[in-house]
Ligand binder design. Structure first.
Ligand SMILES: *Cc1c(COP(=O)(O)O)cnc(C)c1O
Length: 376
């Protein structure tokens, strides 16, 4: 049987009964389950605001758009970011007319604080931190740098649903935290995301901009007053909001998140134990003291990464790569070669299969196959 990189696992009965409620009520759009999921997410994370959207990409796009306007940033003002991420993160900066400035990563694969510091100029307005694979990296140091230099912090927590740092969900320090509930992320739906602004005012603006700039959502229109049809349009907006059918899946999955992540950590520690004897040929990713990673990924670095990838594929095991150094894409070529650690990681990283259907035996099969390759 093939061992895949990611396979989402759903609480099918609960998903169906949550969805059934939407269908019976005749309410599948924004409101109803989306609002319930927002409330539950606020309780779960202790973050003050949460707005449910169609994707984390939408959340990131709104984040930079709203912060730029709210803080009066100019075109081409700079945001320090990581090259080791999914391109949604950096595209969001560019889409807002801001400039991504790439700082390098450290052995956690997250932004290296010293590199962030080195890239600060008088045009720097914000730092985008990505908790790669669920890792918090040296997040606390980056928070300090932002405080010292009066920079806004944006946390791309797409991999971090359920990650804790010193016992708490990180992100209260950030201006905004974005989560992804895309199908293979730790809290799987089909596609959706959560936008968590620190400021209530920005959350309010997001709710307008996520639906074409209209200043009353369908739900409040259908429940309030005579002039249901009368709304104003205050902003140019997009259609970014989430819907109740998909939020219903999120509601059914949320109670499983902590247990699921605990099992992911178990899988990771099995990989660690089994691969440790090859420690001279494998570089492991550092998870700092105090970080309880959601373990979205289990990554290693190895000299002949492409060779190992092919060998695993021949044995019906399908790993992945997260990610290619974004400065190697044509869009971001202006920064090519500026982040040597990211460039190295990009050529050597491999994500081993990591999902809830894997057993001890599966991990063992993968680890044995890696060892065979290294012994060749
Ligand atoms: C998946 C992902 C996103 C985008 O999430 P979507 O919900 O698919 O839009 C953004 N950033 C990172 C780091 C991701 O892995």
């Amino acid at each position: 049987m093939a061992i895949q990189l990611f396979v989402p696992t759903f609480d099918v009965d609960n998903c169906l009964s949550e969805i059934k409620e939407c269908l019976e009520k005749g309410w599948t759009g924004m409101g109803f389950k989306t609002v319930e999921f927002e409330e539950k997410w606020k309780q779960y994370t202790s973050l003050p605001n949460a707005y449910y959207l169609g994707s984390a990409t939408a959340a990131l796009n709104l984040s930079f758009d709203i912060l730029k306007e709210g803080y009066d940033w100019k075109d081409d003002d700079e945001v320090i970011t990581t090259p080791m991420t999914f391109i949604s993160s950096n595209h969001a900066i560019l889409l807002a007319g801001l400039k991504p400035i790439f700082a390098d990563i450290d052995d956690t694969l997250c932004l290296a604080p010293e590199s962030v510091r080195a890239h600060i100029t008088d045009k720097t307005r914000a730092v985008l931190f990505v908790g790669l694979g669920g890792n918090t990296g040296r997040y606390e140091e980056v928070v300090k740098i932002c405080e010292e230099h009066n920079l806004k912090l944006i946390l791309d927590a797409a991999h971090m649903a359920g990650t804790r740092l010193r016992g708490e969900i990180p992100g209260k320090e950030a201006e905004v935290v974005n989560y992804s509930f895309q199908a293979v992320k730790n809290l799987p739906t089909a596609d959706s995301g959560m936008l968590c602004f620190k400021e209530a005012e920005f959350d309010k603006i997001a709710r307008r901009k996520a639906w074409l700039g209209i200043n009353k959502d369908t739900y409040s229109r259908s429940t309030g007053g005579n002039y249901k049809w009368r709304y104003d349009v205050e902003y140019v907006g997009n259609k970014y909001h989430g819907n109740s059918v998909v939020a219903a899946i999120g509601l059914a999955q949320l109670p499983h998140l902590d247990m699921d992540n605990a099992y992911r950590r178990q899988l990771a520690s099995w990989y660690d134990q089994m691969l440790m004897p090859c420690g001279d040929k494998i570089k492991f990713i550092t998870v700092p003291e105090g970080c309880e990673s959601a373990r979205h990924l289990y990554q290693i670095m190895i000299s002949d990464r492409d060779g190992l990838m092919t060998y695993l594929n021949e044995h019906d095991i399908y790993p992945g790569v997260h990610y290619v150094d974004n400065t190697q894409y044509r869009m971001y070529a202006y920064a090519a070669g500026t982040c040597p650690n990211a460039a190295y990681a990009s050529d050597h990283l491999l994500s081993l299969p990591m999902h809830l259907r894997l057993t001890y035996e599966d991990v063992s099969t993968v680890a044995e196959c890696v060892k065979e390759f290294l012994a060749k």
